[in-house]
Design a protein around this ligand. Structure first.
Ligand code: S3P
Length: 171
């Protein structure tokens, strides 16, 4: 069984996938980490030195590579993965277990405001402009995120609770 977790930056994809992997005894692949290892550069460095289009091409290529192994895995996507290169269509060809970790705009702002520098897409946005940027960005991405088979709301929930919710849906 392959499980795919998606959602905006800071929606908890990486933390949830780690715990879910432990509980279901499945290997976990964090797509961002996979890309960093393959490219021998951090995501931030890839954005700075090669640009976002290069990053999106590699993101698609490595996602395909992971899915094609057809091994039971939990894959934690990057926040933008569902929105480019027909990636959701590709994912649906391999699994029906896709989960959108939905987080509200205020909650996202809260979670990312002190770590903007590590996130290339928002590092140049001022704190003042952040709510509008994230609001618009989520609006644009929503159609892609909604293509997930299941939606789990993350606001005010512990990682453990989210994992339990996902397990209940899978059963
Ligand atoms: C991105 C989210 C990041 C990373 C890259 C682009 C996005 O992943 O893939 O910086 O487009 O939202 P996380 O959602 O894991 O932060």
């Amino acid at each position: 069984m392959t499980i795919v977790l998606l959602g905006y930056m800071a929606s908890g994809k990486s933390s949830v996938s780690k715990l879910l992997g432990q509980e279901l005894k499945l290997p976990v692949i964090d797509l961002d980490i996979y890309i960093e290892k393959k490219e021998k550069l951090s995501i931030r460095e890839i954005f700075v030195s090669k640009g976002e289009i290069y990053f999106r091409m590699k993101e698609h290529q490595y996602l395909k590579e992971i899915l094609e192994t057809k091994e039971a895995t939990i894959i934690s996507l990057g926040g933008g993965t569902p929105c480019y290169a027909n990636n959701m269509k590709l994912i649906h060809e391999y699994t029906e277990h896709t989960f959108y970790l939905q987080t509200s705009i205020p909650e996202i702002i809260n979670r990312v405001k002190d770590e903007k520098s590590q996130r290339p897409l928002i590092s140049a946005i001022t704190d003042e402009d952040l709510p509008e940027f994230i609001g618009k960005h989520l609006f644009e991405r929503n159609t892609f995120y909604q293509e997930a088979t299941h939606t789990v709301f993350t606001d005010k929930k512990e990682i453990k609770e989210l994992v339990e919710e996902i397990k209940a849906i899978l059963n």
